[in-house]
Design a protein around this ligand. Structure first.
Ligand code: ATP
Ligand code: MG
Ligand code: FE
Length: 353
């Protein structure tokens, strides 16, 4: 099937055409993403109302471009998938309503996709990963371990109890005046810094549960920055490097524990760790995960960064996987600002077309 995917849940306006063949392999025919960096730059974070307006302004053009780059006409589509949540509700409504209108006009099925399911299934598009596997999702809005047993079958094993990891990078960048988005800027500064100059805390790390907490770490970084003010360039670099060392150790330790649990609970399965979300772009974290995977005998899958961050192809693919199992959604399906992956109703059977 040829399916259009629409993503508008945060600050990316994105559309993609994906072809899923009978053998279950996916081919990305187009993948157009417009990031709203300029709209939100002055505010140091995403402003929901501005995001929704920008989606309204751009989505039609992005869809037209995606269809055009795929070398097809709208009428060639077999289905339409759109993110129905979780996310900023104004933006979700723009994308979902557009998806509904297209599906109705084309008389083709609509799949209302959980954005997190898009992240969770991307590795099957890029790397043909087989179920089950463990996903570590680390983005601007989410940080969690999810056991992916199958399409629509997810178990949340742990996650952040306060800030998301990408959010922590963004906040540290802001207080070091490194700009937005913060992740790449902090990583750049950290390269020139001394990761041992400051010993920042590793919150929760002594506890056995698979949870994260980053807000205390962020406060420790702020207090250190205030104590040193005014900061020179070396101070900024050293703080960035020490912060990155701290979160790298946290993520690596938790991932080791999660893979040990995977081995214990699924002794028959080959252990696999799939990383998703924008923070997957971080070289320090990715390198540490590679070490953990090697130690625990697990396969590590890190899809290309453009498919780890928010995009339309992941939505199209999740839609195609659901549709292949007979799931579709009614045109009155609701947008959901909050929608955990293990919420009731994720199972494909609940959506039989
Ligand atoms: P959601 O959480 O809804 O998936 P998002 O747009 O916030 O959406 P992504 O687009 O997946 O998340 O990723 C953006 C986040 O990734 C930002 O917080 C950004 O700072 C972080 N990030 C990007 N590159 C890096 C990097 N090299 N190192 C650390 N963090 C990074
Ligand atoms: Mg984003
Ligand atoms: Fe996302």
């Amino acid at each position: 099937v040829l399916i259009l995917g629409i993503e508008t849940s945060c600050d990316e306006t994105a559309a993609s055409v994906v072809l899923r063949d009978e053998s279950g392999r996916g081919i990305i025919r187009s993948n157009v993403v417009r990031s709203q960096l300029d709209e939100h730059a002055a505010f140091g974070g995403v402003v929901p109302e501005l995001a929704a307006r920008a989606h309204v302004e751009w989505l039609d053009h992005i869809i037209a471009q995606a269809v055009d780059e795929a070398g097809i006409a709208l009428a060639d589509l077999d289905a339409v998938a759109a993110t129905a949540g979780p996310g900023l509700i104004g933006g979700v409504l723009v994308g979902l309503t557009t998806g509904k209108a297209l599906a109705a006009a084309l008389d083709k099925p609509l799949v209302a996709v959980n954005h997190l399911e898009g992240h969770a299934l991307t590795a099957r598009l890029t790397d043909h990963v087989q179920f089950p596997y463990l996903m570590l999702l680390v983005s601007g809005g989410h940080s969690q371990f999810v056991l992916v047993r199958g399409v629509g079958e997810y178990e949340r094993w742990g996650g952040t109890i306060d800030d998301a990891l990408g959010e922590a990078f963004d906040k540290v960048a802001k207080l070091l005046s490194l700009g937005h988005p913060g992740g790449p800027a902090v990583e750049r500064a950290a390269k020139a810094g001394d990761p041992r100059r400051f010993k920042f805390p590793r919150p929760l790390l002594r506890e056995a549960r698979l949870d994260f907490s980053f807000s205390g770490l962020k406060t420790a970084v702020r207090l250190q920055a205030e104590a040193l003010a005014p900061l020179d360039e070396q101070d900024v670099n050293d703080i960035a490097a020490s912060f990155q060392a701290s979160v790298t150790e946290i993520v690596a330790t938790r991932s080791r524990q999660a893979l040990q649990r995977f081995r214990a609970e699924l002794p028959e399965a080959a252990p696999q760790l799939v990383v998703a979300g924008g923070v997957a772009a971080n070289r320090s974290i990715a390198a540490a995960l590679a070490v953990v995977a090697a130690e625990t005998g697990a396969r590590l899958v890190v899809p290309p960064v453009a498919l780890c961050t928010d995009n339309g192809a992941m939505v199209a693919w999740a839609g195609a996987e659901r549709l292949a199992l007979g799931a579709a959604d009614r045109l009155d399906v609701a947008a959901r600002p909050r929608w955990p992956l293990d919420a009731p109703g994720m199972k494909v059977d609940d959506h039989a077309a």
